[in-house]
Design a protein around this ligand. Sequence first.
Ligand SMILES: Cc1cc2nc3c(=O)[nH]c(=O)nc-3n(C[C@H](O)[C@H](O)[C@H](O)COP(=O)(O)OP(=O)(O)OC[C@H]3O[C@@H](n4cnc5c(N)ncnc54)[C@H](O)[C@@H]3O)c2cc1C
Length: 440
Amino acid sequence: MVLGQGGYKFQNWAQTYGSTPELYFQPSSTEEVKEILDLARQRSKRVKVVGAGHSPSDIACTDDFMIRMDKMNRVLKIDKDKKQVTVEAGILLTQVNEVLHGSGMALSNIGAVSEVAAGGVIGTGTHNTGITHGIMSTQVVALTLMTSSGEIFECSNSMNADLFQAARLHLGSLGIVLTVTLQCKAAFNLQEVQQSSTLQEVLDNLDKHLNSSEYFRFLWFPHTEHVSVVYQDPTDKPPSSKASWFWDSFVVYYLLEFLLWISTFVPRLLPGINRFYFWLLFMGRSERVDISYKMFNFDCLFKQYVQDWAIPIEKTKEAILQLKSWLERNPQVVAHFPVEVRFAKGDDILLSPCYQRDSCYMNIIIYRPYGKDVPHQDYWSEYEKIMKRVGGRPHWAKAHTCTRKDFEKMYPAFGKFKNIREKLDPTGMFLNTYLEKVFY
Ligand SMILES: Cc1cc2nc3c(=O)[nH]c(=O)nc-3n(C[C@H](O)[C@H](O)[C@H](O)COP(=O)(O)OP(=O)(O)OC[C@H]3O[C@@H](n4cnc5c(N)ncnc54)[C@H](O)[C@@H]3O)c2cc1C
């Protein structure tokens, strides 16, 4: 019998959201997960699974039962012929990357961090960049899901196909994902070429950049014209030493945090700080080679507030120029570097922000130096207005102010997902405050 712990305090990675679940469970088997759901049904409790708690919103919070899946973290099967791996949903990508590498395989694309769970990344539609690559959920070829009744569904394109297209980006709202099978490829190294440019140049030549590199993204330094263009492409070259030793330097790290903290009192220093760090770290051209997953991951520096909407790719220029022009008219608003601009291929996953369209993700951040609460509401609300004007859809993991009425307009298949959800979870066992705003 699995025992729940009282008094556990949950906090997300950025320490921007938290909750105190009545009982906290760490099951180590499917039977134990089922026992928890039986107990929840008896006591009319809601249940929330947490992966690695990295979502910068309240999507993983609950006051009722919380289940952390970190003891269900085994690699169940590696199929070298099909290049597929089946894992328990609580496994972290750090472990998946290493196990795959040992078998000569790799995930074709992952986000900035690997300390996230397989069930969690497909819960919110985690993405990286590359216009020929979909969000991470598109790498899922099968999964198993335990619903509120304790029934287990196997889902893939050939079994429970409709449920599969919903569960590949599930929001934690359909049930408990027990296992995930991911399509992989042969292990590969990536060569990164980073070069400085201007916002105008990149926006004027966007198609050329998109076609020049498999994993193209760019970083804009707000309050300036500066851009760092980042190309990453598979290579046969062996890993090299890091070109940019500055990133590892304590001086840069501590100095930056200190300067960001100072700028919270004197916001007019911010353009100078953004320019200084561009000059220090991104000016000119650099090259390096590393194993794919080490290259995809990067240091996100400090705790932060973050928003990241997916917009139709053809709206990229319009949206960025609108944000730039608004920041120029409002110099009192602090916008930290970088605004990270990434791209993803359209798909047919019901709640994917890239549903039926190639998309540009525009990620804005406000750091929280020394954990300080930094005002960001003006920036956030203008950014959201622009994103809505150009037909954007918010990243599900990241804080946004959208509600059901917005999602009904944004997602052609929203009604279909909602019907599937209500059939599987008629009593709302898997809802929380975040999901109530989404569905009711
Ligand atoms: C430093 C940092 C960098 C990031 N970089 C990127 C990036 O490059 N690209 C990007 O798109 N996002 C990025 N994110 C966001 C991150 O990828 C997502 O928040 C992701 O969902 C985190 O995974 P997790 O395991 O922490 O999920 P959690 O935050 O724990 O949970 C997310 C959702 O999944 C549900 N869930 C988790 N496991 C299960 C399960 N087994 N069954 C049912 N439901 C489950 C939870 O209930 C919740 O609804 C970043 C976040 C941080 C903090």
